[in-house]
Design a protein around this ligand. Structure first.
Ligand code: AQP
Length: 344
């Protein structure tokens, strides 16, 4: 049995507009988990600056993510909603983890390869070390479960490797400090639902992403009803009607993606959606998807706009959340320092 009580941590970067992938892959699961777990939901602004950000836009983007959490139904009293840069221990623990993790481990991270592209030599060191900061985010709170989209699985596996290596490297010191069963838990990813990997509306083989140059590749939480309708109608499809069984998705990534989105938004499964729409033309299915997406996302977008009009309120939530986060982080960081051999 694990000696670590269950605790959930997750975060979203304040970089650009939140899209349906962030919403279905992450935020929807946050809302569900708050019912059963102690949760921390972070706006990971230190991660955001691994690529250049304009300061004023970054401030707005931080508030936008906080507004999205609140508008989606994450309760700021029950959970801790905060921004990473207000809790200095994230950076402190990340430094220790930079000295635990191996360059070879980070060299294997596909997100770095994708984001750095061919210009690897010019990427920031922060972008390369992104996964060690992410490990620190999670382990600073001894979080045991991390709800994320499929794309983050590799980073959670690395966080487990770092936790394991820290526990091994310092095993004697950990025991001398009175801990049995390791100091850090090995966190588990929670990758759930039919939309754990939402794909681009323009190309069903690429994930929906904030940084895709085409606005038509993604539905943003801030899109209004007309915008959502236009994007769904223009979404790439093929000439065949929808299959009646999920096996029929073979070689049809766009059809699979749209059905997955419908399933996630309606709380169903791909099988359930095909029972209803199997054999239908895309024109019929797309109209149903527009109606569903507008009904589900419209109120979230409207509430986000209302909250964003009151930045002082959002800032007060983040400040209070950061205070509560620090109260958990400080003693864990202090013990980590003792274990490493620092004097405090
Ligand atoms: N397409 C997606 N499908 C399902 N989940 C997704 N997530 C992101 N894209 C999808 C999940 O959203 C959470 C927050 O992501 P993030 O903003 O921290 O990082 P990201 O993965 O870098 O987001 P983008 O949109 O892909 O940004 P860019 O374009 O900058 O790379 C995570 O749980 C992630 O899994």
């Amino acid at each position: 049995m694990t000696p670590f009580p269950e605790r959930v941590f997750s975060g979203i970067q304040p970089t650009g507009n939140l899209h349906l992938g962030n919403y279905l892959g992450a935020i929807v699961n946050f809302v569900a988990l708050q019912k059963t777990h102690e949760c921390l939901f972070c706006v990971v602004d230190l991660h955001a600056i691994t690529v250049p950000q304009a300061p004023n836009e970054l401030r707005q983007a931080i508030r936008k993510i906080a507004a999205a959490y609140l508008a989606s139904g994450v309760d700021p009293q029950k959970n801790i909603i905060f921004n990473q840069s207000q809790v200095a221990e994230h950076a402190e623990l990340a430094w220790i983890f930079n000295c635990v993790a191996r360059i070879g481990w980070l060299n294997r991270m596909t997100q770095f390869k994708e984001k750095a592209g061919k210009d690897r030599e010019n990427a920031s060191i922060g972008l390369f070390a992104y996964p060690t900061l992410m490990a620190a985010d999670i382990l600073l709170y001894k979080a045991t479960h991390v709800p994320v989209g499929e794309d983050q699985k590799q980073h959670i596996e690395l966080a487990r490797d770092i936790a394991q290596k820290f526990n091994n490297d310092f095993s004697e010191s950990i025991a001398a400090n009175g801990y049995s069963g390791g100091f850090f838990p090995l966190p588990e990813p929670l990758i759930q639902g039919p939309a754990a990997r939402v794909m681009s509306l323009r190309d069903g083989t690429k994930k929906m992403s904030k940084s895709d140059p085409s606005e038509f590749s993604r539905i943003n939480l801030s899109d209004d009803a007309d915008g959502i309708a236009q994007k769904v109608r223009k979404a790439k499809t093929d000439a065949e009607p929808l299959p009646t069984e999920t096996e029929g998705f073979k070689g049809r990534p766009e059809a699979e993606n749209l059905v997955g989105i419908y399933a996630a938004l309606s709380g169903s499964t791909a099988e359930g959606v095909l029972r209803q729409f199997g054999g239908a033309q895309f024109s019929t299915f797309k109209q149903a998807l527009v109606d569903l997406a507008v009904a589900k996302l419209g109120p979230v977008g409207a509430e986000m706009r209302r909250l964003e009009a009151d930045p002082a309120y959002i800032d007060s939530i983040l400040r209070e959340g950061s205070r509560r986060a620090r109260a958990i982080a400080e003693p864990i960081m202090g013990k980590a320092k003792d274990i490493v051999g620092f004097i405090r």
